[in-house]
Ligand binder design. Structure first.
Ligand code: C2E
Ligand code: MG
Ligand code: MG
Ligand code: MG
Length: 291
């Protein structure tokens, strides 16, 4: 009976497994078209100086205007892009867009941080991509930062390591993304020329619990300062989290409290060098993918 049950279960699983495999293939095919036909867009989320809440940088976050499915979030396609190596042309596109965004707003003197996957480094020659985006846009290399997860930094091959060194030699900041959630967080700092850390949202969610979450945040803020790096605390959604983060000594913050990922044309730049993003429901709806 157990054997039959097992067989029945296998049979029942089959169609779904096949559907998943097919949808992955079709996502891959559609993504190829999307890159070619310019269906990808880059949204920008503010990173603020915590004491003043002034925007000092933006994180570039890719979106996909799918012809029939509407606005797609990265979680729906970055995995497929990585598995199929389409992340290489996709990533190059985002780097070019982000540099152009900075070049188009000379009044803004902040930076833009772009996410990169391990697959873009080393073999795919990230340095060449970055050099070409810098020369095309004419921006100073110090205006660009690259976010890499700590796991990504550790998985970096030998070729990748020299890529990362070449990038920092150009004057580009390397920032550890989602700090605290990967393997051996500290060796990613030890082994790579890192200039900043972003504390993962997982920890921010636990701020104010007067226990482990708080202690980790405080310890990481202190670590960042003593290593002479800059620290960004991610996922700040409430005033309560904001004040704990400030108390712990975080320099910069990012999260819905300060602004959602926003299309470039909705960001307001002022002649004094400041930037503002619209707040409230419209922005929240856009971030959730319901324009
Ligand atoms: P990430 O790099 O850690 O980016 C932060 C994510 O957290 C973004 O999700 C952002 O919208 C979201 N977020 C920011 N503040 C808050 C908040 O206060 N609360 C909550 N709940 N979420 C917040 P998004 O845009 O969906 O991107 C997800 C992930 O996809 C990114 O995580 C990054 O790993 C990846 N990704 C996005 N764009 C690119 C890209 O151009 N290239 C690569 N390789 N990966 C990308
Ligand atoms: Mg990031
Ligand atoms: Mg992050
Ligand atoms: Mg992430």
């Amino acid at each position: 009976a157990a054997k039959e049950e097992g067989r029945a279960r296998v049979a029942a699983y089959h169609p779904r497994m096949r559907r998943d495999a097919m949808s992955k293939l079709s996502v891959e095919a559609e993504l190829r078209t999307a890159i070619r036909d310019d269906q990808l867009d880059v949204y920008y989320q503010p990173i603020v100086d915590l004491p003043t809440r002034r925007i000092i940088a933006f994180e570039a976050l890719v979106r996909w205007h799918h012809p029939s499915r509407g606005l797609l979030q990265p979680d729906e396609f970055i995995g497929v892009a990585e598995d199929s190596n389409l992340i290489v042309p996709l990533g190059a596109h985002v780097i070019h867009q982000a540099c152009a965004f900075i070049a188009e707003h000379p009044e803004f003197n902040g930076r833009v941080l772009v996410n990169v996957s391990t697959k873009q480094i080393g073999a795919a020659d990230l340095t060449r991509v970055v050099r070409s985006a810098l020369s095309e846009s004419g921006i100073d290399p110090s205006r660009l930062g690259l976010e890499i997860t700590e796991t990504g930094m550790l998985m970096a091959s030998h070729a990748a390591k020299s890529d990362l060194e070449a990038l920092t030699a150009l004057g580009i900041d390397l920032v550890v993304d989602d700090f605290g959630t990967g393997y051996s967080a500290l060796s990613s700092i030890l082994l790579n020329p890192v200039s900043g850390l972003k504390l993962a949202r997982e920890f921010t969610l636990r701020l104010g619990d007067r226990s482990t979450g708080d202690r980790i945040s405080l310890a990481m803020a202190t670590l960042t300062l003593s290593l002479d790096m800059y620290g960004v605390i991610e996922g700040i959604e409430t005033e309560a989290q904001y004040s704990v983060a400030r108390r712990h000594g975080w320099t910069y913050g990012q999260g819905y409290l300060f602004g959602h990922p926003t299309p470039a044309h909705e960001i307001i730049f002022s002649p004094d060098g400041s930037a503002q993003v619209p707040s409230g429901e419209r922005s929240a709806a856009l971030a959730a993918g319901h324009p």
